[in-house]
Design a protein around this ligand. Structure first.
Ligand code: V4E
Length: 230
């Protein structure tokens, strides 16, 4: 499990020029994301995001609220998000099961022919996809992203520039926290990099999912907005 702290930004021509000057381009990739939830949004309304990217399962869960030092969130914290990232499928399944435990529908028992014995459930591979239907999970969003990645080596951050296929582009400054590193040091690195890139805005920039849901699933979007998840 790792913890990712990130700040999103809109990449203007000016930001791009600075990034190309101070950053090192470490590659470009394209990936297709599929996000899953129950039809009553039991995961996302708890700010839990289950997705499949390049055939791998990933779960993003909120980390407990930051220390309320000085009586509240600093402006830098307010611009950043912090999520635990879990990539181990059995662990993901346990967490999802726990979150939606009252919503699962039991599988209908198979009708057996005369003299037929009930089939052993056998060792489940857990990767056959049946767990999705067992837990009533359906895909509610999918899109493809072209991502260009840079590192700002002296600050220890990665900058990703994403272009989603539904016509939205967004950048993010990202730090993956190591075990020994605290959140404040990640926020400091992000703030330092943001200043170098000339980012002056103090408004949270919407991510791809926010824009996707706003355009395609306004009811789901409204529910998430009203619970201050997005
Ligand atoms: C955490 C989250 C979602 C899951 C997708 O997260 P995000 O970092 O936006 O996507 P992406 O493609 O950059 O993932 P990466 O490659 O970095 O792992 S969808 C919505 N959220 C919550 C959320 C939020 N509340 N506010 C902002 C600004 N972003 C995300």
């Amino acid at each position: 499990m790792s913890v990712e702290v990130e700040r999103k930004f809109i990449c203007t021509d000016e930001t791009m020029k600075i990034l190309e000057k101070i950053g090192v381009c470490v590659g470009q990739q394209e990936f297709h994301d599929q996000y899953f939830d129950t039809t009553t949004f039991d995961l996302t309304l708890k700010d839990i995001w289950l997705r499949n990217r390049k055939g791998c399962w990933e779960l993003k869960c909120p980390v407990g609220t930051l220390d309320q030092r000085n009586g509240g969130q600093s402006q830098v914290e307010g611009l950043c998000t912090r999520y635990k990232e879990i990539t181990d499928l059995p662990e993901i399944q346990l967490i999802v099961k726990e979150v939606i435990k009252d919503k699962e529908s039991p599988r209908p028992a198979k009708k057996l022919k005369k003299d037929q014995k009930p089939a052993e459930d056998g060792p489940k591979t857990l990767e056959d996809g049946s767990w999705l239907s067992d837990m009533n999970l359906v895909c509610f969003a999918e899109f493809t992203t072209v991502r260009r990645s840079f590192t700002l080596e002296e600050d220890g951050v990665q900058v990703d520039l994403d272009q989603a296929d539904f016509g939205y582009s967004v950048g993010e400054i990202e730090v993956l926290l190591s075990d020994r590193e605290d959140v404040q040091s990640a926020l400091d690195k992000i703030e330092k990099s943001a200043q170098k890139l000339g980012l002056t805005g103090n408004q949270r920039v919407p991510g791809k999912m926010t824009v996707f849901l706003q355009r395609n699933h306004p009811k789901h979007y409204e529910q998430l907005m009203s619970k201050h998840i997005l």
